[in-house]
Design a protein around this ligand. Structure first.
Ligand code: CP3
Length: 351
């Protein structure tokens, strides 16, 4: 069976555009909140295949999405390397910061697959669930964080508004930064290969903090390491489609696409599609880029903006998505309404 999302990733324009949404699983869904209550912690969900399969499948059952993004988190890589990770209730991730050579030397690739094993089991379980539940039109997407984004959390020990700790480290001690990123690149390449071995049919690299990075750092610590990950994954799986998402990278997006060799690029909300159509090669699949705030608002503004995106990209391989993730305050009815509008091509209310 040919899958619409895979066809788009392989360079075909598909109508209606296949759709999935970043952060489609998670707190906007009442069924996720129930699972979360039972599980306790997001990391317990990530490492318990039965729960992670369930969380991955929830938006597929409800919305019949064309893509099922693996339920996990980008920060499982630092954790697998030996860094302590926990989620502070109501706040976000915390890690013991990697501040110097001693901290870095304490990390190791030796046991990453022991720690990440349950995630590979989840991938295999999702493929099986898609078949068993007759949802095999849906493509299973694996993922990892982009090396720079992962490093920003490893260095700061938490999310930061401007990623200053990582930027300062990169300027002050580029050799240290390179060694840290090389380690993340090695772990990420192996991690993605194992996800694909287990059944992932495409993978996305979430470079969420690619915005506001000076060109020099962007080349060395975003483009170059991403290119290495793409090459490593392709050496093992030459035909696997790879989606890069250099969020908020603006004018650096074309260089990112060309140099890394990704098959598809996620476009954040700020990207003009007229610009993207001219600046990016015709063979590259474009994914995006509805403002998540329109999804929260719902209604005509959401539907007409979504259809405009589809119309602008109709002659190109295109996967409909948001410019960033679904926020927890989104009504599931708005998501259903969005999917219906894209599939029917109609912006009118569906009832
Ligand atoms: O549907 C999906 O996309 C599910 C899988 C997924 C999660 N995190 C689950 C999650 C994916 C692809 C991610 C990626 C991720 N994680 C990114 C990159 C994408 C982006 O949003 O920019 C980043 C930066 C992280 C790190 C992270 N994880 C943060 C900063 C937080 C706290 C903020 C928040 O939204 O709570 C998380 C927690 C997290 N990861 C949740 C989920 C569903 C919230 C979980 C919960 O509290 O139950």
């Amino acid at each position: 069976m040919t899958k619409p999302l895979l066809n788009a990733l392989n360079g075909q324009p598909v109508s209606p555009a296949p759709i999935w949404l970043m952060r489609q699983a998670g707190r906007h869904l009442p069924e996720y909140r129930a699972l979360r209550e039972q599980a306790g912690d997001i990391l317990d969900i990530c490492y318990t295949p039965e729960w992670a399969i369930e969380a991955t499948m929830q938006p597929i059952r409800r919305y019949k999405m064309d893509g099922a993004i693996l339920f996990a988190d980008i920060l499982v890589i630092p954790q697998a390397l030996g860094q302590k990770l926990w989620f502070e209730k109501g706040e976000g991730p915390r890690l013991t910061p990697i501040a110097n050579r001693d901290d870095l030397n304490g990390l190791s690739l030796d046991k990453i697959h022991d720690q990440l094993g349950p995630i590979y089991e989840t991938v295999a379980g999702v493929r099986k669930a898609l078949k068993d539940e007759d949802l095999d039109h849906c493509t299973h997407i694996g993922f990892a964080g982009g090396p720079w984004t992962v490093a920003t959390y490893m260095i700061a020990g938490r999310g930061t508004p401007d990623q200053a700790p990582a930027k300062e480290m990169a300027w002050r001690d580029p050799a240290f930064m390179k060694d840290l990123i090389d380690l993340v690149v090695e772990a990420t390449g192996q991690y993605l290969i194992r996800q694909i071995d287990a059944g992932a049919e495409a993978v996305q690299i979430f470079e969420s903090w690619a915005g506001g990075v000076a060109p020099d750092l962007f080349d060395r610590f975003i483009i170059e390491p991403t290119k290495q990950i793409v090459e490593t994954v392709r050496a093992a799986h030459p035909d696997i489609p790879i989606i890069g998402f250099p969020r908020a990278a603006g004018g650096s997006i074309p260089a990112y696409v060309e140099a890394t060799g990704v098959n598809a690029v996620g476009l954040d909300t700020s990207v003009s599609l007229d610009w993207a159509l001219k600046a990016l090669p015709e063979t590259v699949c474009l994914q995006g880029n509805l403002d998540p705030i329109l999804l929260r608002m719902g209604g005509d503004a959401m539907r007409s903006s979504a259809l405009r995106i589809c119309d602008q990209l109709k002659d190109r391989p295109h996967i409909f998505n948001l410019g960033h993730g679904v926020t927890p305050d989104v009504s599931p009815d708005h998501v259903s309404d969005l999917v219906a509008a894209i599939r029917s091509g109609l912006s009118g209310s569906n009832g």
